[in-house]
Design a protein around this ligand. Sequence first.
Ligand code: GDP
Length: 482
Amino acid sequence: MPPTAPVTDSPDYGTLALALLAALLLVAALLFFLRRARASRLPPTKEPGAAVREEVLPPGPPQPPAPPKAKSESGAPSESVPAVPDAQRMAGQLLERVRATEEEADKKAADERKKAEYWAQKERTAAEREAKRRAAEEERERAEELERARQAAEEEARRAAEEERRRKVAAEGGRTLAEGLAKTRGGFIARLDSLFGRGKVLDESVLAELEEVLVGADIGIRTATELLDFARNELRAKELKDAERLKEAIRGEIARIVGLEGLGAEAGSIASAAPALAARPHVIMVVGVNGSGKTTTVGKLASRIAGEGKRVVLAAADTFRAAATEQLEIWGERAGMPVVKGREGSDPGAIVFDAVRKGQAEGADYVLCDTAGRLHTKAPLMEELKRVKRVLEKAMPGAPHETLLVLDSTNGQNAIAQAREFHAALTVDGIVLTKLDGTAKGGVIIGICDELKVPVRFVGVGETAADLKPFDPKDYVAALFG
Ligand code: GDP
């Protein structure tokens, strides 16, 4: 009988070892491919993330323990050979770690990107802000340059306009006093002439006629009577037989009355021949009833002052007549002088106060204050004007330096009555007699000077600036008697 092969229960160790080896190879291959796959996903250059990954990653998959090469003495396989499930678990853990490391690296890279973007955005914003600032700066410099050029052009235009205005005022002589007094001359002087015609015998009947002429000449009853007494005395004392000589005597007496010896304008007065200002600004308050020509006179005086190359501030303090402010603004514009004004009905005291302050601040030579000639309120006009005068005194001690009363000569004897009232309330320094060109009542000057002993400073013989003439008694008498 052939010997049968010995049946043994021992495991087939060779097959087992082969299976284990195959499993290890499989794991090794898997790890190799995973590494390759990861390497292909990473950027080729070394970036911060890569370093991190290298740090975080273990040097490599742990090498499975080498398969037992030798058998134990008994020939049984070694107990240290890992089992297949362990290898799978390890591979899984490895995969998990690789994924976590990758995610972390990706997150860091994303953070870095965000940071870089943030800083880039910040730089862009700063650059934009700087560009805007520079543009605004350039714009401001351009605007300043333009403003300087505009101011220079304005100043030049103002100078040219002022020069032109002066030239015009000098060229535009306006009416002469003789022209302005033409109607008066044609009125009472013409009648005097016919009365004293050459060869006329002087007797009581002539004196009666003279009385009629003088009383009708609007020189006021008082002055007319005085002149008549003067003529009578002359006739008696000098035994004047010649009418022409009586006329001369009357002319001399009128010259004496309007001459107001010793009442010349003080230095600094607007009518003074010696215009050196005692106070600067020289403040003039202009008063008179509505329609007398107050505002026009203030405007004409402003033109006159500007024509002399001096500066004046106008105060539109007739706040009860809206048109007065507008009128004065036109005069101010023409003369190139500032006008201080307020709303209709506002406090005239506040306006004159501001005007004086402005005059002081700007070094003006004059401040001319227009005032109301009629009130809409119950307050009496004179009380209101006294108040304005007190405000002027408060604004500048000594002001007003002159109070000028404007009278409309066409009012004849009424003008004398007004002069009396204003002088009593405000102590008038001088009179401006307007509209002589429109009336035959120019003799009113004689009555005013005689009764009030207040000098006439200017006469108006028309509506233009040049039609306001400084009053010269000699010229007046000469223009009156021809
Ligand atoms: P106010 O109310 O006193 O301010 O009077 P205005 O100044 O408004 O003058 C009244 C009017 O008189 C205006 O039409 C002036 O043009 C006119 N006027 C003023 N002065 C003269 C003058 O001397 N001659 C003439 N013909 N008119 C004058």
